[in-house]
Ligand binder design. Structure first.
Ligand SMILES: C[C@H]1O[C@H](OP(=O)(O)OP(=O)(O)OC[C@H]2O[C@@H](n3cnc4c(=O)[nH]c(N)nc43)[C@H](O)[C@@H]2O)[C@@H](O)[C@@H](O)C1=O
Length: 371
């Protein structure tokens, strides 16, 4: 087996010529690295040979669970290719400092207050992080370019199908936005800031308009994960009821692991542009319930109760993307379909519930009604 020094040894090749110097590794900077998409994107970019830097917010609790399995102590300088730094989208000086210090080739702005219902409770904060935060990061990139003259830096903005809101499906890049929440309005602002920086300053900046994308790493208060967590816990006897809001809302649900590839593909194009990323299939929350409870032999009607507190002041009824442009220009297509996604999430959450049950039975944990 080759030792570490073998791979870094310099010298001549068997035919006596000097070897080409190794290509410097590309550097990516990710905001929102601790989130679902941040964790999948980090794995993807590390596999592609990038050095990955993530900006994390200070919190009294550690919030790095989704990337702990990738983390290597930075004292192990040869092996640690993901590094974390404190910064915040509400702190422009921290953004500029890390862009200057790290000189990334690709900047992925994935950070957000991303919960639509919560954005009605904290609209001001949501706008500050989602809309003005994107502006601060774009401005940090622009001023860094102005100061250094660099031309090799690209920006990705995480847009959302929520921007289409009340506009009926199918939704494509040319569909008018009609946002229905403070979150969605803020995402529209971030979208247009990105377009404006592209047009005004020639920045290589792309908007990925991603439809809902889920995984076993999805936050537990988004509807798909809330359901699959409940399925697992009901199956092992830790929970009996699940309280939900509007079951008739329809979403185009894909797998987050597939969608991060599309983000990267956008930044590898000749010209910056905006792309819809979607499966082009839409299912209601009720259909998700049927599929996930049915998969483990349960009837959702025996367990689900409607709680009005989960209804939103204004709802987005129907999202179904038209991803023709991404398929044609990026060569992207989703690999995981709806049924496979449901099974993947339920399988993981049944296993998680079994582990929880061991702790509950041993008296180390309370069987809470619902996560
Ligand atoms: C693309 C977009 O995707 C996500 O936004 P979302 O579509 O609002 O996702 P969700 O899982 O919170 O809701 C989906 C639907 O499910 C309905 N629903 C019913 N009952 C419950 C319920 O109990 N909880 C929740 N959360 N939703 C419920 C709810 O009313 C809505 O119609 C975010 O990632 C966002 O950041 C983003 O950009």
């Amino acid at each position: 087996m080759a030792s570490e020094t073998d791979t870094t040894r310099s010298g001549s090749t068997p035919n006596g010529t000097a070897p080409d110097p190794p290509e410097p590794r590309k550097v990516a900077l990710i905001t929102g690295i601790t989130g679902q998409d941040g964790s999948y994107l980090t794995e993807f970019l590390l596999n592609k040979g990038y050095d990955v830097h993530g900006l994390i917010r200070r919190s009294s609790n550690f919030n790095t669970q989704r990337i702990n399995h990738i983390y290597i102590d930075p004292h192990n300088a040869h092996k640690a290719r993901m590094k974390l730094h404190y910064a915040d989208l509400t702190d422009a000086s921290s953004l500029r400092r890390w862009i200057d210090t790290l000189a990334p080739n690709e900047v992925y702005n994935l950070a957000a207050q991303s919960h639509v219902a919560v954005s009605f409770e904290i609209p001001d904060y949501t706008a500050d992080v989602v809309a003005t935060g994107a502006l601060r990061l774009l401005e940090a990139v622009r001023s860094h370019i102005a100061a250094t003259g660099r031309t090799d830096i690209k920006y990705y903005q995480a847009g959302s199908s929520e921007m289409f809101g009340a506009t009926p499906p199918p939704q494509s890049e040319t569909t008018p936005f009609h946002p229905r929440s403070p979150y969605a309005v803020s995402k529209c602002a971030a979208h247009w800031y990105t377009v404006n920086y592209r047009e005004a300053y020639g920045l290589f900046a792309c908007n990925g308009i991603l439809f809902n994308h889920e995984s076993p790493r999805r936050g537990e208060n988004f509807v798909t994960r809330k359901i699959t967590r409940a399925v697992g816990r009901i199956k092992v006897g830790l929970q009996s009821k699940l309280f939900l809001g509007n079951l008739q809302a329809s979403r185009d649900w894909g797998f987050a692991g597939d969608y991060v590839e599309a983000m990267w593909m956008m930044l590898q194009q000749e010209k910056p542009d905006d792309y819809v990323v979607a499966t082009e299939e839409s299912h209601t929350v009720e259909e998700f319930l049927e599929a996930s409870f049915g998969y483990v032999g349960l009837n959702w009607r025996d367990h689900v109760l409607i709680d009005k507190r989960y209804l939103r002041p204004s709802e987005v009824d129907n999202l179904k993307g038209d991803a023709t442009k991404a398929k044609k220009e990026l060569g992207w297509k989703p690999k995981v379909g709806f049924q496979q996604l449901v099974k993947m999430m339920v399988d993981e959450d049944v296993e998680l519930a079994k582990r929880e049950k061991v702790l509950v039975d041993a008296g180390y944990m309370d069987a809470q009604q619902q996560p």
